[in-house]
Design a binder for this molecule. Sequence first.
Ligand SMILES: Nc1nc2c(ncn2[C@@H]2O[C@H](COP(=O)(O)OP(=O)(O)OP(=O)(O)O)[C@@H](O)[C@H]2O)c(=O)[nH]1
Ligand SMILES: [Mg+2]
Length: 412
Amino acid sequence: MKRAILVSAIHSKDEDVERNLLELEELARSAGIFSVAKFWQFLDKPLNTYIGKGKIEKISKYLQLYNADGIIADDELSIVQKTKLEELLNVEVLDRTEIILKNFARSARTSEGKAEVELAMLEYRLSHLKGSRSHLSRAGGGIGTRGPGESKLETDRRAIRERIRNLKKKISKLSKNRNLKKRKRSESLLPKISIAGYTNAGKSLLLKRLSGFDVKSEDKLFTTLDPTTKKIWLGENVHALMSDTVGFISKLPTQLVNAFRSTLEEVLDSDLILLVVDGSDEALEKKFKISRNILQEIGAGSIPWLLVINKIDLCDKICLKRLSLEYSNAIFISAKKRLYLEDLINKVREKVTHNYVEKWVEISNQKWFKISKTIGMRVLNVENMSESVKVHLKIHPAILGKFTEEIDVFST
Ligand SMILES: Nc1nc2c(ncn2[C@@H]2O[C@H](COP(=O)(O)OP(=O)(O)OP(=O)(O)O)[C@@H](O)[C@H]2O)c(=O)[nH]1
Ligand SMILES: [Mg+2]
């Protein structure tokens, strides 16, 4: 599909259909499909043709007029809806879930990511297998060999189930490896920070700015799929591990929530979550709420978090004023223009060392030289005397005992 008409059936007057369709347009664009027109219809109850017959006739005319070769529905369609629409319009019909899956497929890099996407696709396919032969041949279904007395549909189903089983085994093995790495990290004293939030909010660009590493960031939805972790410098001798994560979206398909649960578990392991939102987006509030809900759903609701309002270079003064009143605890930044990143770093450093124990010590220059880079020690101030230094420190509780012992020996 290259050029598509976007279609939405709405069942509640509260739905902001224009905004939803703009998001679908972005999803399509990111998957390489150009949207030529948008149609929507308010319906009291779901129809097995997704939208009404009159609307379908209208769309059929516009398909020719705009030389479009498919339609995309803004919801996950049932097999009946998809089949009927295809029959009535005689073009390819994709739904929101399939477009999201296409984007995920575009971005998968690691074996685990690729396997997760394939699993989500197969689960979608299993629930949308068409019953009749003609549909099957058109859908190009046909993996595996048919057993005695099995229909084509049964053969397909069996083959898909088998592949799903194998993929699940593979993913569990790969995620065990990742967990080993994660365990190593959790043994370290470095605080763990996750960057989470709606897709395209600027999470990856923020990680790139804070870490100095080249992290892929582009103006497409779901550019990041696999979690990337980088070591970042927070000042005052504090380092942290910061992970970029897959973006959130409204109506996140269940296949993907399940497939990416293990990836999202990275977030569960963090000491702090930076919830990034796009300050220039009119749908900020909705996207912020969706992100908070997803975090709660995956069990990360009680992890300390900080709201980071990004892209303020695109906001005018009035908008900024409104946002700062509404979200008075948020940090306002522009990852692109590198605005207020220092403020963000300072705030993050405070947050991740809040349970460190404060100490003022005077020790010899020689000893200070040896210990000044200790991990788990925040250095707030150093006052140079002639033979010694007076330092104001905050110490990670896990090394406090050992630290105090050593300091006692050398500080005299
Ligand atoms: N103007 C402006 N653009 C920004 C800013 N931060 C990020 N962007 C742009 O927004 C787009 C998305 O940025 P990403 O860093 O890829 O966003 P993401 O949240 O990682 O997105 P996904 O991985 O797709 O979920 C890119 O084109 C960035 O250049 C900013 O502060 N200002
Ligand atoms: Mg990203």
